[in-house]
Design a protein around this ligand. Sequence first.
Ligand code: CTP
Length: 400
Amino acid sequence: MKTGINKKNIVLGVCGGIAAYKSVELLRLLIKQGANVRVIMTQNAREFVGPLTFEALCGQAVCTSLFEKGADASIKHIEWAEQADAVVIAPATANIIGKLANGLADDALSTFMTVVTRPVVLCPSMNTHMYENKAVQRNIERLKADGYFVLEPESGKLACGITGPGRLPEPMDIMDRLMRCLAPKDLEGKRVLVTAGPTREPIDPVRFISNPSSGKMGYAVARAAEHRGGRVVLITGPTDLPDPNNVTVIGVQTAREMGVKVFEHFDHSDIIIKAAAVSDFRPRDQADQKIKKENDQELLALEKNQDILKELGRRKKDQVLVGFAAETENLEKYAQKKLVEKNLDMIAGNLVGHPSAGFGSDTNEMTLFFKDETKEPLAVMDKEAVAHILLDRILTLMNS
Ligand code: CTP
């Protein structure tokens, strides 16, 4: 199962800028997520990328003119606008921004936009001076006030040689903001604390004890909560994942560091989701220098780390506390035990050790266990879908 963008009708507007090539990649990502995407190109956009490229990816004719041949051509802009769940314009040039801010409708894209009633993500991309031009800024402000979501361009070296703001953000980030526009805002005003990833417990300066947690589940929860309007703090062990947009990310290494940060934020959080794979033990001693292989055998003395979640369960007031349980056997028994012992409201359990679930994979096969001893097995689904279901259940718990 896919959520967010799956089966949504998205219209992608492409204007004439160097960054038009990036909208090809954006289209590919949207299609991969299961969206039904229609493309409208301005006349100038065709100078940069051919409509055929977009057509091949989205499997349908690209709209380039108000007056195309064919029976439905003259009403296409009305029909597409009415069927759209959201619109994204990337890149958006100074010209389209000016037209939209003033309600002008003199080509296919601007005319279509006057009919749109759904969320619009506008991605300005142009030369820095052009972007900073007073009239352009005035138009952008006006569009923000009109309810457009304007994704600020990134700074960097632009194709024209200038360095400054004007670069189109990465397609992944544009898609992420589009997903946010489409998500319900049912976590508005809620403070959400999420932990993710493994911890690393140093043995010496070059070695550590850890586990293969990729952090994907916790990051998916953080992103989903942010999409739904939550104010999210993500405390994470080392991962290869990019920081989620609009989330406060705090990086830690050890379980002790994670504990310190979690306790710091706990009192100010309404919802706490502990997806991190915290190391239960740490080496009792940490060598200052690299341990040499002089002996045939070495014994490593370990001492227990604090169970952060258990401590949160003790301190819990009017908060929803959710844990995870990755088990290799007896999932239900162990998950239920952790639910009770750590005073949780819900625990998401899964069996690890097979490819479709757990560490590192993009999908998970989870079972949710609740305080009233009920359980809900979920189908194999991607971690983003699991994250949204977790948040749905949390909201139900909060409102019951
Ligand atoms: N957890 C924690 N602090 C620890 C260990 C675990 O906060 N020192 C949290 C994890 O983030 C997870 C839950 O407790 O949400 C369960 O973690 P898991 O490793 O499955 O279980 P443990 O409680 O460590 O028990 P065991 O290793 O014996 O299965």
